[in-house]
Structure formats: C-alpha cells, structure tokens
Design a protein around this ligand. Sequence first.
Ligand code: ATP
Ligand code: PRP
Length: 423
Amino acid sequence: MIPNERLLFVSFSNFRREKHPSLIFGNHLRPFSKSLLCCNKKRNVVLFPQKRESVVCTQSSDPAEFKSSLEGNSLTELNESSLYSSRSKIRIAIPSKGDIGEDTRTLLKESGLEIRLHNPRQYSAAVRDFPQVEVWLQRPADIVRRVQEGQVDIGFVGYDVLVEYQDNPNSTLLIHESLGYGSCKLGVGIPLNWAHVTNMTELAKFSEERSTPLLITTKYPKTVTNFLREKGIRNYRLLHMDGALEAATQMGCSDLIIDLISSGTTLRENLLKEISEGTVLESDMIMIGSPLTLGLHNSFGKQVRAFARELLERIESHLAAKEHFSIIANIKGSSPGDVARKIGTQMDLKGMDGPTVSPVIPPRGFDSGMYAIGVVVKKNRLYKAIEQLRSIGGSGVCVLPVSYVFERNSVRWEKVVNTLGVD
Ligand SMILES: Nc1ncnc2c1ncn2[C@@H]1O[C@H](COP(=O)(O)OP(=O)(O)OP(=O)(O)O)[C@@H](O)[C@H]1O
Ligand SMILES: O=P(O)(O)OC[C@H]1O[C@H](OP(=O)(O)OP(=O)(O)O)[C@H](O)[C@@H]1O
C-alpha cells in the first residue's frame, strides 16, 4: 500500500482536457503543474516522480468519495516502472534542420557521440558506441513538448523556444544554459523612419496616443505578451507570421516586429532598427531534460540519469577544452619549487590547477638544472603566455590542443540532482 500522505487525488472530470488541474493533497488543495503529470490511459494513473509521489486521477469530482473507493485496494502495482515499461531506450532530441541542427550534431560528435544519419529525411538515428541511446530529429518547439511530456529524455533547443513553449519553469530541467552556438536575441524592430521612437518608453507613449492598436508581428506570442505587459504597452494587437517577419512592415501588414536578431543584417535590409530596452531575451542553444524520466526512481531512471550526466560532462569538458591549449616547455631552475614559483609570478601561466614540473634527466643521468613544465593556458592568451614563459627562461615551447578538460565534479549536474531530489 502506498501511504496516504504520498497520494495525490486529482479531482477533475477530464484530465487530458483540463488546463489547470486542481489537486488535493491529503485534505489540502495545492498548485500543480499538468506538465509534470504523465498519464497512463489504461489505469488512469499519473505520476509526479519529482517528489516520489504517486498521483491517482479520477473522473469523480468528489475527492472524499474517490478516496473511500480506494480503501483496501493495493496500489503497489501502480508504480513508476509500469508507466515507462514501454520504452527501454534513452531518447535525445535534436533540431532536424538548419544551422542549429548541424551545430548540435557537431557538438555531440566532438563530445564523443557520433550520430548515424544516412539521409536528411531520416528522423531517428542510432549513436555509435551508445547502443542504449536513440536520437530523434525534431522541430525546436516539438523538442520542448516531447521533453515536457517525458517522451524524450534530453533535448537541445534555443532558449527562446524553451521560454515560448514550456508550460512553466518546472516542466523541464535546464541542464546546460549556454552551449555556445545559436546565439541571438529576441528583440523589437521598428521602421527606420520612426525618428520619434528610440526606446520602449517612447514606444509605450506612442502606442497610447494612437487611435488604433499597434500591429506587432511575431512568432513568439507568449513571450512577447509578457514583455509588452512589463513595458506597459497595452494598445496593441499581435499578428503571427512563420518566417521572414522583417518583410511585414514594408508589406503594410504590421507596424513593427519582434523577432530574432543576430547580426542585425536582416533588420537593416528591411529598413528596420532596434531600440533601446527593446531586447526581450538573449538566447543560446541549451540542453534540457525531462523531470518525468530523469526523476524516476526505477532502473530506467537511473540509466537515464547516468547517461545524462555522462553527456553533460562530455559536453562541458569539450567546451572547456576548446578554450584552452596545453603548453610544454623547458625552464632552468634550482629546484621544482623554484621553477613553480617563477611560473606563479606570471599571470597567464598559473594554469587551471598550477603547473606540472618535472626534472629533465640528460642521457648521462646528472642534474642538468633543467625542468619540463606543463601548463594549460587560455587560447586567447596564448601569445602572452609564451612571452611570459620566455621572460622566465622558457625554451623549446610546444603548444598542443586539448581534447577534454574534466573538472573534479560537475556543478551543473549537482544542480540537476538537487532539483530532482534523487541520488
Ligand atoms: N540569425 C540567427 N542566428 C543565430 N541563431 C538563430 C538565428 N535565428 C534563429 N536562431 C536560433 O535557431 C533557432 C531556430 O531558428 P529558425 O527561426 O531558423 O527556426 P525555424 O526553422 O524557422 O523553426 P520552425 O520553422 O520550426 O519554427 C531559433 O529558435 C534560435 O534559437
Ligand atoms: O540578424 P540576422 O543575422 O540577420 O539574423 C536574423 C534572422 O535570422 C532568423 O531568420 P532565419 O534565417 O532563420 O529565417 P526565418 O525568418 O525564415 O526563420 C531570424 O528570424 C531573422 O530573420
């Protein structure tokens, strides 16, 4: 029997249609996110794995009646594994097309996951050396939806898409907040000839003075509605376009647009300009996870977590490695400590955890007073580091690429585990 305090009684007539299910916990109502629920149609059971609580939903609107109907029934069979038993493979979803699709495949490959894609119309693929994993190629908005519903365990999307399509901030887990590609911002673009509008305050004033609402075209209605509310703009109407939004003002169907901006070229080419305070959000590609499956306490949950952790650490260490070079060089000194002290005086030679210093032993075996040092330096400081090495007597400097830089532990993963309340 599952003890009563771990049962949630859902009192609504149609779970699938209900937007905001009202839940009763013990005898108390409490807020609940529908996206954290996973419905087992047959048994009418849903699960809230984040807190190890089982959720039982009912057609009855009277929780007391429902509760009493459960008396004496063994609920132990309604466990997590029964809900996810239909799937044994771990699922990753990546964008199916465009630069972000290609860059995600490159990132995964460089992190050790080679996706076996044979043609552009293939929407699922295996991963070399990871037989327990399958990759699904999806449109960005669908990646957020599938991760939210627990049909996919890990997804790669732009932050902009996550903000627009997730039901609430708890319905997905943010595993890595910035993967370093797909960088852009969602921002306001107004006609170049609106000389009287240079910032959001002036735009708000302008919208109030008008007799007709401002026509604003965007692909991000939810995010934009929140932004306009924050900026005090009320007199507007949102219009939707799927792409090439920048054409909307010149076509005469919109007053301004709110769209993604990267270099700003598309805005300029279409006689639009940015305004100050007009940035809705800054976006980068991110890695997200499903709390529904990552939070499971069964063996599938453990398997998903082990893989998510490995993938995150591979990506983190690959991204850190991209920023660094490894340097080896020879330096004269009276002892390893003396050499380490000399290196320690140079800003760019401090390395990640200090230098490695080892004596160079010539063929005849006597003390040469020469030491080999190894240090990891920031790529953008390479030449400064070489100059500093030379200034303390460094010679024979070799610069090598770094493949991975693994830290002692992953702070991001610790955060994920804490959020989920799992080991
Ligand atoms: N100019 C850009 N520079 C960098 N990243 C961008 C740029 N435009 C879009 N992105 C990122 O790439 C993602 C996908 O962009 P894009 O607008 O091309 O998608 P799409 O193919 O039109 O998607 P869909 O048709 O499924 O809505 C965006 O959500 C954003 O995160
Ligand atoms: O500031 P820029 O560097 O010019 O980039 C901005 C453009 O890039 C994106 O469009 P995309 O090329 O994805 O085409 P779309 O409009 O069809 O989505 C975005 O929607 C802008 O139109």
